[in-house]
Write a protein that binds this ligand. Structure first.
Ligand code: FMN
Length: 532
């Protein structure tokens, strides 16, 4: 029998199967996937000619064009990116077509830059970063009647910035039932459903792609939360939903393409009407690859982390994990973030279109302590989610490798949100280690700060079952993406990074002995490219 959400060995097995591991072969250091090695990934031979197309294009549906020009938002980016999504309180808020356009464009749309792959294909960069520039996520909107959009189920076409209607009519009740009447979904005029097409990601990352699914989802959701904040819309992530009815509603099979997160948007006091039966959809879409390969570790993990019914979803979220803050054991330095009036007033829209991953840092120039403090302070305020208690510490601990920050000795630090301070765990100059544990990527050693998100997987899986693995990865990535956005808002350089799992934990041990590596982001003062 296939494992259920409670058979948490499945998540442990997946985590091990998708570790980057260094194996010494004589004098040659080789990188393997999986501990023990994942057989499927090792038998797979990547072919550039199979690189998947980055868009889902419905070939026969009429596009509904969306606006691209928007009135300026009153909330500056730094303020918006640090909101949790719960700030609008109980106020009613009805998004319109322009609001959906803005959310879709600024989290999943085209950025207006491109790169050329090894076989000469031009790939468009997107507004949110994505591991490997593979862009495997799709957005759908399930809405009741909005001021200028009829109730329906719509797909966002990033390639031409338009919606295509998959179903006419109000289908929100399907989501209400699938989520076990989750309160934010039950009151949302619109829910955004994010899917991943696993092959579009696994072509490069093999079995590890399921982690990237939730890393990239967290990254795009950080953008969506920020955009919603600039629009005054409440927003809440929902991971507790029965998978099958949500996938059926979108017309995706749940194996090749599957819903990975819901985002409830806005608030209405009108009851959600009953929905018509969601009959199967069969619209042709543009082929994405000459050949597709499915990785058994991904299929197994995706299935083992499913919820079957709305009742199971409601029970899943009923008792969120509440971690106790870990008492500091070493000297603390209290953060000194910039005062509100000293924060940059850059607009979110402008900031997004100036965003790019930065891999050149100038540690000859120290990072001001106020910048360091502001990035941490603004990126750690949490986000509204069905399964996280708003007043509880996050599932992860945030470890920092610090190099050339004014007022701080170089070393390893642990961030304590409850006192807004960093604790010195180990003094020393660790640039060489920072490069090594980040899969030998030199930019990590050059950056002023490496921010490591480490989660105790055992208690998370114990409480949330295998679905806790989705949550743990997404949560860390959302925080990590916010950290990047806060750094970018201050004019700093920043990028996400993958790492060697066991080397990371070994490096942060003994303090982090029971934790697992989830995600990392780095930031610092940019080095001009010409000088590199
Ligand atoms: C989840 C995630 C993980 C990433 N990991 C790495 C990494 O390990 N090394 C790296 O150089 N870039 C990494 N990146 C940056 C991506 O390569 C980058 O976002 C993508 O190429 C698009 O470029 P852009 O961010 O400049 O738009 C990562 C990005 C994301 C969102």
């Amino acid at each position: 029998m296939a494992p259920t959400n409670r058979d948490i060995q499945a998540a442990t097995d997946y985590h091990n199967a998708s570790k980057y591991v260094v194996h010494s072969e004589g004098h040659v250091e080789e990188e393997f996937l999986g501990s023990p090695p994942d057989a499927d990934s090792h038998a797979y031979v990547q072919d550039i000619e199979d690189r998947p197309f980055e868009f889902k294009v419905y070939e026969t549906l009429e596009p509904i064009p969306l606006p691209r020009e928007f009135p300026p938002a009153s909330l500056p980016a730094m303020e918006a990116l640090s909101r949790t999504g719960a700030e609008p309180g109980e106020a009613l808020a009805l998004p319109d077509l322009a609001a959906l356009a803005r959310i879709a464009l600024l989290s999943n749309g085209l950025l207006g830059r491109s790169f050329t792959t090894r076989n000469g294909r031009v790939v468009e960069y997107r507004t949110a970063g994505g591991g490997g520039g593979l862009y495997h996520l799709e957005l759908y909107f399930v809405c009741g009647d909005l001021p200028d959009l009829a109730a329906g189920v719509y797909h966002y076409g990033a390639h031409d910035h338009s919606l295509r209607r998959l179903r006419a009519g109000d289908y929100r009740q399907v989501l209400v039932e699938a989520s076990g009447s989750e309160p934010a979904i039950a009151r949302a005029p619109v829910t955004m459903v994010m899917t991943s097409t696993f092959w579009r990601n696994a072509w490069y990352y093999r079995a590890r792609a399921y982690r990237h699914t939730f890393w990239d989802a967290g990254t795009e959701l950080a953008h969506a939360f920020t955009t919603a904040a600039t629009l005054g819309l409440p927003a809440s992530v929902v991971l507790g939903y029965a998978d099958r009815p949500v996938n059926d509603l979108l017309g995706v099979d749940g194996a090749r393409e599957a819903a990975v997160a819901l985002l409830a948007l806005g608030r209405s006091d009108a009851p959600v009407p009953p929905a018509a039966v969601a009959t199967p959809l069969n619209y042709p879409t543009h082929p994405i690859s000459r050949r597709e390969h499915s990785f058994s570790a991904i299929t197994a993990m995706s299935q083992a982390s499913q919820l079957a019914t709305g009742g199971e979803a409601a029970a899943w979220r009923a008792n969120p994990l509440r971690r106790e803050p870990r008492p500091p054991q070493g000297p603390l330095t209290t953060l000194a973030p910039l005062a509100d009036e000293a924060l940059p007033d850059a607009a979110w829209y402008d900031l997004v279109f100036k965003r790019r991953s930065v891999r050149h840092y100038d540690a000859e120039r120290p990072l001001p302590f106020a910048s360091f403090s502001t990035v941490l302070d603004r990126s750690t305020r949490g986000f509204a989610a069905d399964c996280l208690a708003p007043d509880a510490p996050p599932l992860h601990d945030l470890y920092l490798i610090v190099h050339a920050v004014d007022g701080l000795a170089d070393g390893v630090y642990l961030y304590h949100r409850e006192v807004n301070a960093v604790e010195l765990v180990r003094a020393g100059q660790f640039s060489v280690d920072a490069t090594r544990i980040a899969c030998d990527q030199e930019y990590a050693g050059a950056a002023h700060v490496n921010a490591y998100y480490l989660t105790g997987l055992a208690p998370a899986l114990e409480r949330f079952g295998n679905r806790g693995y989705r949550l743990a990865q997404l949560e860390s990535a959302l925080y990590g993406s916010r950290l990047q956005l806060a750094a970018h808002a201050l004019g700093l350089g920043t990028v996400g990074t993958t790492s060697f799992d066991d080397e990371v934990i070994e490096f942060f041990t003994p303090r982090a002995g029971a934790m697992s590596y989830m995600f990392a982001s780095v930031f610092g003062i940019k080095r001009p490219r010409a000088a590199s």
